[in-house]
Write a protein that binds this ligand. Structure first.
Ligand code: NAD
Length: 260
């Protein structure tokens, strides 16, 4: 999969020819029997590809033609090295956990979504949202503020990081609840800091009945407007995706390069 940038399309053609020369049969369409999904572009291209394949178990690799690349390990200068290393099996596979978000409507209908980066729960009209938050069966807080953001370890460097969340190394088990502009006053007591939740716990976020505007659930940047939203139950999914990793130091080099 590639974004529409001229450079990405040219890289896609180059990869196609080079893989064909080694006896592979690359296609631009999705193929369940593929040995590799290549995403050419930025992190957004990687996210879209993962969603489009329905979180395929075929490994993914990202070739970076964007500015930031947290999923996109291969730079355009390293394409020949990447092809050689892939062909000789010189790589590791990273398992990236996903979140499962089960949205319940007031009519008790359920809609299941998966996210690689994060879910954000806010009101569609940007008014203050009031949410009851439970971890397993324990009521933790009644949140009031802009939104609650729930991120995976690999999503912790995205929106979560901008919202003051911690960076969680990708293989850590668990997920993070981060408040966006929480109100802390005599009227409301919200946790001001992010909370890391173990992967075997379920987080339930329920809209308070006094809120009247529709709820917006944002999944990896894609908006889901929920008119009759009652609650969302979030946990670490039983599904995951596989990502090729060529350089074990890349994660920390990238953090330093992009953030510091
Ligand atoms: P976009 O084009 O607006 O990209 C947003 C930025 O997020 C890009 O710079 C991208 O490189 C970066 N990004 C995405 N995933 C990342 C990750 N795992 N680690 C570090 N950086 C990452 O939107 P898009 O391409 O559709 O991407 C959607 C993502 O944008 C969402 O999942 C969300 O995390 C992020 N986002 C961030 C903010 C913010 O930081 N204030 C606000 C909205 C959305």
């Amino acid at each position: 999969m590639t974004n529409e940038k001229e450079q990405s399309l040219a890289i896609a053609e180059e990869l196609k020819h080079k893989f064909e020369a080694l006896g592979y049969a690359p296609t631009y369409s999705l193929d369940e029997n593929a040995v590799l999904n290549i995403c050419i572009g930025g992190d957004g291209t990687f996210l879209r590809a993962v969603h489009k394949t329905g979180f395929s178990s075929t490994p993914f690799v990202g070739v970076n033609t964007g500015t930031l690349g947290f999923f996109q390990e291969i730079s355009i200068l390293e394409i020949d090295k990447f092809i050689k290393n892939f062909d000789t099996g010189d790589y590791d596979i990273e398992k990236l956990d996903l979140l499962e978000g089960r949205v319940f409507s007031k009519e008790h209908k359920q809609y299941i979504h998966h996210s690689l980066n994060e879910f954000v729960i806010r009101s569609q009209d940007t008014s203050i949202i009031h949410l009851d938050v439970f971890i397993d069966d324990n009521h933790l807080q009644t949140f009031a503020g802009d939104a609650l953001l729930v991120s995976t370890p690999s999503g912790s460097t995205a929106y979560n990081y901008s919202a003051g969340g911690a960076v969680l190394y990708r293989s850590l088990k668990g997920y993070q609840l981060t408040p966006l502009a929480p109100i802390n006053s005599k009227a409301y007591r919200s946790l001001l800091n992010p909370l890391v939740i173990p992967s075997d716990s379920t987080l339930t976020i329920k809209r308070r009945s006094e809120d009247k505007s529709p709820t917006l659930v944002i999944n990896d940047g894609l908006n889901i407007v929920c008119d009759n939203f009652d609650s969302i139950k979030i946990k670490t999914s039983d599904k995951w995706i596989n990502k090729l990793q060529f350089n074990n130091n890349w994660y920390w080099l990238n953090i330093k390069d992009k953030f510091i």
